[in-house]
Design a protein around this ligand. Structure first.
Ligand SMILES: C[S@@+](CC[C@H](N)C(=O)[O-])C[C@H]1O[C@@H](n2cnc3c(N)ncnc32)[C@H](O)[C@@H]1O
Length: 227
Protein backbone atom coordinates (compact mmCIF):
# COMPACT_ATOMS: atom_id res chain seq x y z
CA UNK A 1 0.00 0.00 0.00
CA UNK A 2 1.28 3.46 -0.89
CA UNK A 3 1.82 5.84 2.08
CA UNK A 4 0.53 9.46 2.03
CA UNK A 5 4.17 10.69 2.04
CA UNK A 6 5.08 8.55 -0.99
CA UNK A 7 1.90 9.73 -2.78
CA UNK A 8 2.79 13.37 -2.05
CA UNK A 9 6.31 12.86 -3.42
CA UNK A 10 4.93 11.13 -6.53
CA UNK A 11 2.57 14.05 -7.20
CA UNK A 12 5.33 16.63 -6.74
CA UNK A 13 7.59 14.74 -9.14
CA UNK A 14 4.77 14.50 -11.70
CA UNK A 15 4.36 18.30 -11.41
CA UNK A 16 8.03 18.77 -12.38
CA UNK A 17 9.61 19.14 -8.92
CA UNK A 18 13.16 17.85 -8.66
CA UNK A 19 14.78 16.63 -5.41
CA UNK A 20 16.91 19.79 -5.35
CA UNK A 21 13.72 21.91 -5.32
CA UNK A 22 12.82 20.56 -1.87
CA UNK A 23 16.24 21.64 -0.60
CA UNK A 24 15.76 25.09 -2.15
CA UNK A 25 12.32 25.40 -0.52
CA UNK A 26 13.77 24.44 2.88
CA UNK A 27 16.56 26.99 2.37
CA UNK A 28 14.01 29.63 1.34
CA UNK A 29 11.85 29.15 4.45
CA UNK A 30 14.99 29.07 6.63
CA UNK A 31 16.06 32.38 5.07
CA UNK A 32 12.61 33.96 5.67
CA UNK A 33 12.64 32.82 9.34
CA UNK A 34 16.19 34.17 9.78
CA UNK A 35 15.24 37.55 8.25
CA UNK A 36 12.08 37.86 10.38
CA UNK A 37 14.17 37.14 13.52
CA UNK A 38 16.83 39.68 12.51
CA UNK A 39 14.43 42.44 11.48
CA UNK A 40 12.24 42.12 14.58
CA UNK A 41 15.20 43.29 16.73
CA UNK A 42 17.13 46.54 16.44
CA UNK A 43 18.77 46.92 13.02
CA UNK A 44 21.96 48.98 12.91
CA UNK A 45 23.26 50.47 9.64
CA UNK A 46 26.05 47.84 9.35
CA UNK A 47 23.63 45.01 10.10
CA UNK A 48 21.23 46.39 7.47
CA UNK A 49 24.03 46.37 4.87
CA UNK A 50 25.00 42.77 5.76
CA UNK A 51 21.38 41.61 5.56
CA UNK A 52 20.95 43.35 2.19
CA UNK A 53 24.07 41.61 0.81
CA UNK A 54 22.90 38.25 2.16
CA UNK A 55 19.44 38.82 0.65
CA UNK A 56 20.95 39.63 -2.75
CA UNK A 57 22.89 36.36 -2.86
CA UNK A 58 20.02 34.27 -1.45
CA UNK A 59 17.56 35.68 -4.00
CA UNK A 60 20.06 35.03 -6.80
CA UNK A 61 20.40 31.40 -5.69
CA UNK A 62 16.61 31.01 -5.57
CA UNK A 63 16.29 32.60 -8.99
CA UNK A 64 18.90 30.29 -10.53
CA UNK A 65 17.22 27.16 -9.14
CA UNK A 66 13.62 28.13 -9.79
CA UNK A 67 13.14 30.37 -12.84
CA UNK A 68 16.40 29.83 -14.70
CA UNK A 69 15.93 26.35 -16.13
CA UNK A 70 18.59 26.75 -18.85
CA UNK A 71 21.00 24.83 -16.55
CA UNK A 72 23.58 27.56 -17.04
CA UNK A 73 23.95 30.16 -14.29
CA UNK A 74 23.30 33.74 -15.33
CA UNK A 75 26.57 34.95 -13.75
CA UNK A 76 28.69 37.20 -15.96
CA UNK A 77 32.24 36.78 -17.24
CA UNK A 78 34.71 38.60 -14.97
CA UNK A 79 35.50 42.29 -15.55
CA UNK A 80 39.10 41.78 -16.75
CA UNK A 81 38.18 38.80 -18.94
CA UNK A 82 35.48 40.90 -20.63
CA UNK A 83 38.06 43.67 -21.26
CA UNK A 84 40.47 41.13 -22.77
CA UNK A 85 37.74 39.64 -24.99
CA UNK A 86 36.76 43.12 -26.23
CA UNK A 87 40.44 43.81 -27.00
CA UNK A 88 40.73 40.56 -29.04
CA UNK A 89 37.56 41.37 -30.97
CA UNK A 90 38.75 44.91 -31.67
CA UNK A 91 42.03 43.51 -33.10
CA UNK A 92 40.04 41.04 -35.24
CA UNK A 93 37.78 43.84 -36.48
CA UNK A 94 40.82 45.91 -37.51
CA UNK A 95 42.50 42.94 -39.20
CA UNK A 96 39.37 42.00 -41.18
CA UNK A 97 38.71 45.62 -42.14
CA UNK A 98 35.12 45.06 -43.34
CA UNK A 99 32.11 47.38 -42.96
CA UNK A 100 29.55 44.85 -41.67
CA UNK A 101 31.25 43.16 -38.71
CA UNK A 102 28.87 41.01 -36.61
CA UNK A 103 29.51 39.85 -33.05
CA UNK A 104 27.33 37.26 -31.30
CA UNK A 105 27.14 36.60 -27.54
CA UNK A 106 25.53 33.17 -27.08
CA UNK A 107 23.67 33.53 -23.78
CA UNK A 108 24.15 37.25 -23.20
CA UNK A 109 22.80 37.35 -19.61
CA UNK A 110 22.41 40.92 -18.36
CA UNK A 111 24.55 42.16 -21.25
CA UNK A 112 27.81 43.29 -19.60
CA UNK A 113 29.88 41.53 -22.28
CA UNK A 114 27.86 42.92 -25.19
CA UNK A 115 28.07 46.48 -23.85
CA UNK A 116 31.86 46.38 -23.42
CA UNK A 117 32.32 44.98 -26.96
CA UNK A 118 29.88 47.52 -28.45
CA UNK A 119 31.79 50.34 -26.72
CA UNK A 120 35.22 49.00 -27.83
CA UNK A 121 34.13 48.49 -31.46
CA UNK A 122 31.42 51.08 -32.23
CA UNK A 123 31.36 50.09 -35.93
CA UNK A 124 30.47 46.47 -35.08
CA UNK A 125 26.90 45.19 -34.74
CA UNK A 126 26.58 43.17 -31.53
CA UNK A 127 23.78 40.63 -31.02
CA UNK A 128 23.00 39.06 -27.63
CA UNK A 129 20.79 35.97 -27.52
CA UNK A 130 19.35 35.16 -24.09
CA UNK A 131 16.70 32.65 -23.13
CA UNK A 132 15.99 33.61 -19.50
CA UNK A 133 13.45 36.41 -19.10
CA UNK A 134 14.92 38.39 -16.19
CA UNK A 135 18.48 38.89 -17.51
CA UNK A 136 17.08 39.50 -21.01
CA UNK A 137 14.89 42.34 -19.72
CA UNK A 138 17.77 43.73 -17.67
CA UNK A 139 19.99 43.81 -20.78
CA UNK A 140 17.30 45.65 -22.72
CA UNK A 141 16.87 48.14 -19.89
CA UNK A 142 20.63 48.90 -19.73
CA UNK A 143 20.81 49.25 -23.51
CA UNK A 144 18.01 51.81 -23.47
CA UNK A 145 19.31 53.77 -20.49
CA UNK A 146 22.88 53.86 -21.83
CA UNK A 147 21.74 54.64 -25.39
CA UNK A 148 23.58 51.90 -27.30
CA UNK A 149 22.77 51.94 -31.01
CA UNK A 150 24.93 48.99 -32.10
CA UNK A 151 23.48 46.30 -29.81
CA UNK A 152 20.44 44.14 -30.38
CA UNK A 153 19.02 41.60 -27.91
CA UNK A 154 16.67 38.74 -28.72
CA UNK A 155 15.02 36.39 -26.25
CA UNK A 156 15.83 33.24 -28.12
CA UNK A 157 17.53 29.84 -27.87
CA UNK A 158 20.91 30.28 -29.55
CA UNK A 159 20.68 26.74 -30.98
CA UNK A 160 17.89 28.07 -33.24
CA UNK A 161 19.99 30.98 -34.55
CA UNK A 162 21.61 30.97 -38.00
CA UNK A 163 25.28 31.86 -37.40
CA UNK A 164 26.47 32.06 -41.01
CA UNK A 165 26.98 35.84 -41.08
CA UNK A 166 28.77 36.06 -37.72
CA UNK A 167 32.38 37.26 -37.58
CA UNK A 168 33.07 36.75 -33.87
CA UNK A 169 31.32 34.66 -31.19
CA UNK A 170 31.73 34.85 -27.42
CA UNK A 171 30.65 32.02 -25.12
CA UNK A 172 30.43 31.52 -21.35
CA UNK A 173 28.27 28.48 -20.62
CA UNK A 174 28.97 25.10 -19.01
CA UNK A 175 31.16 22.32 -20.43
CA UNK A 176 28.42 20.24 -22.07
CA UNK A 177 26.63 23.23 -23.67
CA UNK A 178 29.92 24.68 -24.91
CA UNK A 179 30.74 21.42 -26.71
CA UNK A 180 27.25 21.13 -28.24
CA UNK A 181 27.32 24.73 -29.40
CA UNK A 182 30.86 24.17 -30.73
CA UNK A 183 29.50 21.51 -33.11
CA UNK A 184 26.83 23.89 -34.43
CA UNK A 185 29.34 26.72 -34.87
CA UNK A 186 31.82 24.44 -36.64
CA UNK A 187 29.12 23.60 -39.20
CA UNK A 188 27.77 27.12 -39.67
CA UNK A 189 30.55 29.69 -39.23
CA UNK A 190 32.42 31.01 -42.22
CA UNK A 191 36.17 30.48 -42.55
CA UNK A 192 38.17 32.96 -40.47
CA UNK A 193 35.41 33.53 -37.90
CA UNK A 194 36.72 34.12 -34.38
CA UNK A 195 35.34 32.21 -31.36
CA UNK A 196 36.31 33.03 -27.78
CA UNK A 197 35.14 30.81 -24.92
CA UNK A 198 35.45 31.50 -21.23
CA UNK A 199 36.58 28.54 -19.08
CA UNK A 200 35.23 25.66 -21.24
CA UNK A 201 36.69 24.37 -24.50
CA UNK A 202 34.83 23.69 -27.76
CA UNK A 203 36.52 20.30 -28.35
CA UNK A 204 35.08 18.03 -31.12
CA UNK A 205 36.44 18.95 -34.55
CA UNK A 206 37.89 22.28 -33.44
CA UNK A 207 41.70 22.55 -33.53
CA UNK A 208 43.60 23.19 -30.28
CA UNK A 209 42.89 26.77 -29.16
CA UNK A 210 45.22 29.52 -28.10
CA UNK A 211 44.78 29.52 -24.30
CA UNK A 212 45.06 32.78 -22.39
CA UNK A 213 45.39 32.41 -18.63
CA UNK A 214 44.12 35.34 -16.60
CA UNK A 215 44.90 36.03 -12.91
CA UNK A 216 42.13 38.50 -12.05
CA UNK A 217 42.45 37.71 -9.06
CA UNK A 218 41.34 34.08 -9.52
CA UNK A 219 42.92 31.97 -12.23
CA UNK A 220 40.70 31.77 -15.32
CA UNK A 221 41.14 30.65 -18.92
CA UNK A 222 40.03 32.13 -22.21
CA UNK A 223 40.22 29.92 -25.31
CA UNK A 224 40.60 31.52 -28.73
CA UNK A 225 39.62 29.62 -31.90
CA UNK A 226 39.65 30.44 -35.57
CA UNK A 227 37.28 28.61 -37.96
C1 LIG B 1 27.08 32.35 -17.65
S1 LIG B 1 25.91 33.42 -18.43
C2 LIG B 1 26.98 34.36 -19.46
C3 LIG B 1 26.53 35.79 -19.66
C4 LIG B 1 27.44 36.60 -20.61
N1 LIG B 1 27.58 35.96 -21.90
C5 LIG B 1 28.80 36.81 -20.03
O1 LIG B 1 29.74 36.12 -20.43
O2 LIG B 1 28.93 37.66 -19.13
C6 LIG B 1 25.15 32.29 -19.58
C7 LIG B 1 23.78 32.72 -20.06
O3 LIG B 1 23.38 31.86 -21.12
C8 LIG B 1 21.97 31.72 -21.06
N2 LIG B 1 21.61 30.53 -21.85
C9 LIG B 1 21.85 29.23 -21.54
N3 LIG B 1 21.41 28.43 -22.52
C10 LIG B 1 20.88 29.23 -23.47
C11 LIG B 1 20.28 28.99 -24.75
N4 LIG B 1 20.15 27.75 -25.24
N5 LIG B 1 19.88 30.04 -25.49
C12 LIG B 1 20.01 31.31 -25.02
N6 LIG B 1 20.57 31.61 -23.79
C13 LIG B 1 21.01 30.58 -23.05
C14 LIG B 1 21.68 31.62 -19.57
O4 LIG B 1 20.35 31.95 -19.28
C15 LIG B 1 22.69 32.62 -19.01
O5 LIG B 1 22.12 33.89 -18.83
Amino acid sequence: MITPKARFLQRMKAAGFRSVDFLILALFFGYIAFMVAQLSGEVSFEKGILLAILSYYMLRIFYEFTFNRANVPTMATGFFEIKKIAELIKADFKAKNKPDYNVLDCGSGKGQMTRTIARAVPAAQVLGLEMATLPYRQSQFFKKVMGFKNIDYQQQDFFAHDCRNVDAVVIFLNGRMTELLGEKLYNELKMGALVITNEFELKGRWPAPEAITMYTPFKGNLFVYRR
